[in-house]
Design a protein around this ligand. Structure first.
Ligand code: B4P
Length: 199
């Protein structure tokens, strides 16, 4: 399997690039943000609990997010996918550890971590622009966006070190046209998948 992690701050383009990568490499796309928003839209208990955190720009508790991903590998295999693209997950060290354990149990592993590098001013502008049409309550307010970036710096950025130590981290310039960034991501994945194989 090819198992990719798209890593980067809020608004760095993870969701945008995941859509393109999943189509190109035939991957199951798992976006924890989308899964959480679907729970909110469905009015489930999990969604109600998650909404409070998301509206404040905070991360949703680890056990809630990890609990949603149990069947990912089976789902990818049953749908005939080449692997999985994780978009917005893991966001904490505990999530990274849980993902490693989950993949190991299924005889597979993380192939590489693609980290999109974008400066803070650009992130804020992108998210505010998306807020004009997304209907997402966490996209409209500069204070909430600032909180999301702060959560990223304190809780998520350290996860990059976890993968760097395993020689899995690849940094990609995340400012430029969507196609240029996609080309750089494709090249990175191709270089990894040519010397990576498991079932
Ligand atoms: P997410 O849904 O993951 O949202 P995101 O980080 O804001 O977006 P992304 O980086 O995917 O940006 P996008 O491509 O859309 O998370 C939302 C919330 O859910 C979190 O704050 C948290 O509360 C919760 N959550 C999710 N996962 C969690 C987890 N694992 N643990 C705990 N909590 C979790 O791009 C943004 C905008 O930029 C778009 O409008 C796009 O069109 C534009 N754009 C993209 N690429 C561009 C480019 N190259 N140039 C110009 N604009 C570009």
């Amino acid at each position: 399997m090819i198992n990719l992690i798209l890593f980067g701050p809020p608004g760095s383009g993870k969701g945008t690039q995941a859509e393109k990568l999943k189509a190109h490499f035939n991957l199951l796309h798992i976006s924890t943000g989308d899964l959480l928003r679907a729970e909110i839209a469905g009015g489930t208990q999990l969604g109600l609990a998650a909404k409070q955190f998301m509206d404040e720009g905070k991360l949703v508790p680890d056990e809630v997010v990890i609990g949603m991903l149990g069947g990912a590998v089976e789902e990818a295999k049953s749908k005939g996918k080449q692997g999985i693209i994780f978009d917005g997950f893991p966001r904490t060290s505990a999530q990274a550890q849980a993902l490693d354990n989950m993949l190991l149990e299924k005889g597979t592993s993380v192939s590489c971590v693609l980290s999109l590098v974008v400066d803070e001013e650009e992130l804020t502008q992108r998210i505010l622009k998306r807020g004009l049409t997304s209907g997402r309550s966490d996209d409209n307010d500069v204070e909430t966006i600032r909180k999301r970036v702060q959560e990223y710096r304190t809780k998520t950025e350290p996860v990059a070190g976890y993968y760097k130590n395993q020689d899995l981290l690849i940094e990609i310039e995340g400012v430029g046209t969507i196609d240029t960034i996609f080309d750089a991501l494709m090249q990175a994945v191709n270089s990894v998948s040519s010397n990576h194989s498991d079932n």
